[in-house]
Design a protein around this ligand. Structure first.
Ligand code: PHE
Ligand code: CO
Length: 304
């Protein structure tokens, strides 16, 4: 038998927070969740679903229902896996916290998605620094049911293994792509049957769908820039980990994302390494701007 799972969180020191990595794969200790744990899931699920109808990508909402995620209690990974593996070949596996980069990429490349087994405490309900079960399961897992997005995530994993072998700069550029698509991506979608030809802006990024504040901010606030997806632009763009994003990048479809990221990145990494990075809130004259942010409330420093 393996050791009981641990709950691995960032360390808080006098130098700020230090991420702690854990490699262990764990059995989800489902019987050990407390009534508080299930209640946290129920509260967050109900709140986000209500907010996300009409805001999240239709593909996300449909997939979440198809998987059998419900508000009443924390889902069992084993039950979700029966549906997910059948649909796209992905498997969820329990982890204790953040994985080292190469381990993470290797799992993705093999269609294994790491899900943190523990859920945030009641006092962390509105904000938690590190990914927990709610972020991973509610935010990331539904789109793994979508065949195109499922392929994108596996291709990203293979790209990660490759970038890791190339070096730190390549890895940084690839991480920005993950950040601005998987975590904080927006998509323009047809606005449902019978509606006008207009395209509605919707959320697909997991970091947004699992956050009440950012679900509204990303779509409705005047503050952030909303710019059409551009691979190399994203690879050069710094980002925020401590506040809402200053800029969101908008795709037209998952097929567009897949096609744009299909080429070999090796020569792109080499070329972009000679260019300056772009601050998180900048708008360039080469950008296709959908909305130019007012910049209200932005902190001047702190881009990573
Ligand atoms: N085409 C990328 C490469 O050669 C791999 C990749 C695919 C990266 C999809 C991200 C997303 O590195
Ligand atoms: Co995430």
């Amino acid at each position: 038998m393996s050791a009981p799972p641990r709950r691995v969180e960032n360390l808080h020191t006098d130098k700020g927070k230090v991420p702690v990595y854990a490699t262990g794969i764990v059995e989800q200790p489902w019987d050990d969740y407390s009534a508080d744990d299930h209640a946290t899931w129920t509260t967050l699920y109900a709140r986000q679903r209500e907010l996300l109808v009409g805001r999240a990508s239709a593909a996300f909402l449909a997939a979440q229902d198809a998987m059998g995620m419900t508000p009443d209690r924390i889902p069992k990974f084993s039950a979700l896996n029966r549906v997910l593996t059948e649909a796209t070949g992905w498997t969820l596996m329990g982890v204790e916290g953040l994985l080292p980069e190469l381990d993470f990429f290797d799992h993705l490349a093999n269609r294994r998605f790491p899900v943190t087994w523990w859920i945030r405490r009641p006092d962390q309900i509105d904000y938690i620094e590190e990914p927990d079960l709610f972020h991973d399961l509610f935010g990331h897992v539904p789109l793994l049911m979508n065949p195109v997005f499922a392929d994108y995530m596996a291709a990203y994993g293979r790209g990660g293994v490759k970038a890791h072998g190339i070096g730190a700069e390549a890895l940084q550029m690839l991480t920005r792509l993950y950040w601005y698509t998987v975590e904080f991506g927006l998509i323009r979608e047809a606005d449902g049957p019978g509606s006008s030809p207009g395209q509605a802006l919707r959320i697909y990024g997991s970091g947004i769908v699992s956050s009440t504040g950012e679900s509204i901010h990303a779509l409705e606030s005047d503050a952030p820039n909303r710019i059409a997806f551009d691979l190399e632009r994203i690879m050069r763009t710094r980002y925020r980990i401590d506040t809402y994003q200053k800029t969101y990048f908008v795709i037209d479809s998952f097929e567009q994302l897949m096609a744009a990221t299909a080429p070999d990145f090796t020569p792109i990494y080499a070329r972009l390494a000679r260019q300056d990075s772009v601050p998180a809130g900048s708008v360039l004259d080469t950008d296709a701007v959908l909305h130019r942010g007012s910049g209200e409330g932005w902190a001047d420093d702190g881009d990573v």
